[in-house]
Each structure stands twice: as C-alpha cells, then as structure tokens.
Design a protein around this ligand. Sequence first.
Ligand SMILES: [Zn+2]
Ligand SMILES: [Zn+2]
Length: 225
Amino acid sequence: MPGGWAELLVGRRELWLELASSEWLPVEVAWRLLAEADRPVLVELAEAQPDPGVLAALAAHPSQHVRQAVGRNPAAPPAVLADLLNDRPPLESCEVCERHPVPWTHPPDCPDPDCELPGGAACDGSHQYARHTIVEAALGHPAVLAALLRELVTAEHNVATLRAVGGPTLTACLRDRRARERAAVHPALPLDRIRALLADPATAHLAAANPALPAADLLRLMPPP
Ligand SMILES: [Zn+2]
Ligand SMILES: [Zn+2]
C-alpha cells in the first residue's frame, strides 16, 4: 500500500502533526496539509518534507516560524535558502507587530505573565527580529554556501538584493574561496571584518578596495614619510 497509509490517515485531523513530521509523507498529502493545516502542523511539515516545490511554498509562508523551520530542513535546496535569506516574498508581519503597535521592543522586565515572545523580540515595522531568526536558521544550513554564491552571481545585476543580504551573510561568504573576493569589497561587510582582511597580505588589496573602509585605515598602511 505505497503512499496509501497517508491517504487513509489524513482523514484524521488529530494525526496531522505526526504525518507532517514524516519525511516519507507523500507529496500529494503534503500539499493538502499545506492548504488546510494550521501553523504548528506547517512548522513540522517545513522541517521534514523533502519535496522542493512544497518547500518553496513553505519558504514563502506569511509565518516567520514556518519560514524558520524550512531553514532547518536538511533537504532545503539552495534556491529556497536564497529566498529565506533575501526575504522573498517580503514578510508582511511578525509576531511582534501582530500583538503590539510598532516600534516595539520586548522589555527585559516584561510585565505580561502570558507573554511568549523571546527576549530579543522587536519590530520597527520592518519585522527585523523575525527576519533575523529566519536568516540565522538559513545560515546554519549545510547548503547555504551554494545559496550565497547563487545570490552573489545574481547580485552582479541587482545591487539592491546584495545590500539586503547584509553583514551576517557577507561574513559567511568570506568562508568560501570563490565568494570571498566579492564579499570583501562589498560596503555592507562589517568594519571589523574589513579590517581583518586588511591585516592579511593575501586579502589586503580587496579590503583596501572596499568603499566602507575609512580613509584613516588606509593612511595607516602608508610608510611614514
Ligand atoms: Zn514579554
Ligand atoms: Zn513586525
């Protein structure tokens, strides 16, 4: 009864959470869950489902938690990770602005006993904390370097995309020989990284070409008159 087990069980809603967490779940059943299930089931599906089409749809889900879970799925392909890294399509809301008028930052001495928001939660309308958690999840994925390279190639034609990628992603690029040269000259690379590259004779010429490097750092390299 190949695949038939899932067709039988999907009629029982109370089993959806367990069905969704199976990597053997047939893709037709995965699509049905995607259309009908609520968020906890979709988070399980996003972590376990190997089908790239289903994963692409889950990576575009309005919930930050579902997107984050896709980043933890070992089967997530580079194209899907690239979407997570680049906020494609843009996240329209997050758990902070769904509950509080923005800008809002989670107070360290939160007075609400029922509050489930994490310590660093904040939103200024850009859902920055939610975006950060999605990017962190994607950056931890083994296929992320392939995704970053793909983005860097695309970014040759679209500077805005690469600017949106931001410091953490560019820092990750430095680990890859092929991506390093492009990341090293990008102005969004954090200054401490640029300075580390400048200190290394093999990469100093790249760091020196980075427009974000302050002139004072360059002058320090000059031999005294
Ligand atoms: Zn709170
Ligand atoms: Zn928000």
